[in-house]
Design a protein around this ligand. Structure first.
Ligand SMILES: *[C@@H]1O[C@H](CO)[C@@H](O)[C@H](O)[C@H]1NC(C)=O
Ligand SMILES: *[C@@H]1O[C@H](CO)[C@@H](O)[C@H](O)[C@H]1NC(C)=O
Ligand SMILES: *[C@@H]1O[C@H](CO)[C@@H](O)[C@H](O)[C@H]1NC(C)=O
Ligand SMILES: *[C@@H]1O[C@H](CO)[C@@H](O)[C@H](O)[C@H]1NC(C)=O
Length: 328
């Protein structure tokens, strides 16, 4: 009789329980407080029960990597922001002795709301993302998309939330464990666009994942004066190539050379005035691209090796390979 009802309800709630299956019971005795609804197992967030006519179903299990959300009454991926399950995680402590002890504390599973009700000043990590945390004493709506997650807060990029000290700290000092560690600024929620007119994050900030430390190409702004400054796969920001005072011309960041180069070294297809040596014999040449009489360059082995400007009031004389007075 009872199992017949469950089948009926399973069909109705088909979507929510699509991937879920019944599992063997344990010591926990679920008690329904309403005729129809869901209960989550207090120790195991991936187990839940359906209440039908006030009677709990056998335990149902979310698929691997999913947990049951009390708020949304569905199984959700464990790393989603909508995950309202918090189970305290393994904390490592290294006493000054030679051994390292690992203690696993298994506290009853509480929702964020429940934890904050118990302790109005609690600060604890978000289970999925290492830069996110909950601050029960901060109920203000942030100005970035928080996906309606009350008490949710986020460390400033590139800081991460240290679950041991309950503070945002340098990523070197934070062990994320199972929490996802984002290195891209654009993966932080506060970088995401709130309005439709907002400039996409990757255009505003450079990404540095898998790039070496130092100056790097600004992906999305290749062959412009902009370049990314990277450290430990993280973007410290970007900078702009200086104006070349010697050649009196702007510089662009060359993705090929990994540095700022004058427009005389930037290919034409990237809006540059590249002085082309590929078909030239070794020697000095007068600027034949922007036709400056004082600018000359050296080709060696088919490559541009030197760009020079004659002193003020002089021009380059191809016949003598020398700078001569303008009057001559
Ligand atoms: C929770 O229950 C599922 C399904 O029975 C099981 O695979 C998983 O190991 C349990 N997790 C914990 C932490 O007990
Ligand atoms: C939590 O919020 C309170 C009140 O806004 C604030 O004073 C405190 O610094 C916050 N804690 C953290 C770790 O951000
Ligand atoms: C940066 O990323 C590379 C490749 O993913 C990795 O091997 C390296 O350890 C990372 N460096 C840091 C400091 O996280
Ligand atoms: C200007 O460009 C030339 C040629 O690339 C280079 O040798 C020189 O160092 C640059 N000068 C400045 C001030 O950047």
């Amino acid at each position: 009789m009872a199992s017949h009802i469950y089948q009926e309800i399973l069909a109705i709630f088909g979507l929510a329980v699509l991937f879920c299956s019944t599992v063997t019971a344990d010591h926990f005795q679920p008690v329904c407080r309403s005729q129809v609804g869901f209960l989550r197992h207090p120790q195991n967030c991936s187990l839940y029960f359906m209440c039908i006519r006030g009677v709990p179903s056998p335990p149902l299990s979310c698929p691997p990597g999913f947990v049951f959300s009390i708020r949304y009454s569905v199984c959700l991926p464990v790393d989603t922001l909508f995950n309202d399950c918090y189970v305290s995680r393994t904390t490592k402590s290294s006493p000054p002795t030679t051994t390292t002890t690992t203690t696993t504390t298994s506290t009853p599973t509480l929702s964020v709301e429940e934890r904050c009700q118990m302790d109005r000043t609690a600060v604890f990590p978000h289970p999925g993302q290492c830069q996110l945390f909950y601050n029960c004493s901060n109920d203000a709506q942030p100005d970035w998309p928080s996906f309606f997650d009350r008490y949710l807060d986020e460390c400033e990029y590139p800081l991460l939330f240290n679950a041991v000290t309950s503070r945002c700290e340098d990523f070197h000092d934070v062990t994320c464990g199972d929490r996802v560690e984002h290195v891209n600024r654009c993966s932080y929620l506060r970088s995401k666009c709130v309005t439709s007119h907002c400039v996409p994050c990757w255009v505003r900030f450079a990404t540095c994942s898998d790039l070496p430390d130092g100056m790097n190409v600004f992906v999305g702004r290749e062959w412009t004066p902009y370049y990314a400054i990277c450290k430990d796969n993280r973007s410290l920001g970007f900078d702009v190539c200086p104006f070349n005072d010697t050649l009196k011309i702007p510089e662009f960041f060359s993705p090929d050379q990994g540095e700022c180069v004058s427009l005389y070294e930037v290919p034409r297809e990237h809006s540059g005035y590249q002085l082309d040596c590929s078909t030239r014999d070794d020697g000095l040449y007068l600027d034949d691209v922007t036709s400056r009489p004082d600018l000359y360059y050296r080709c060696h082995g088919g490559h541009l090796t030197e760009i020079n400007v004659c002193p003020s009031g002089e021009r380059f004389d191809k016949a003598t390979d020398l700078c001569v007075s303008l009057g001559i």
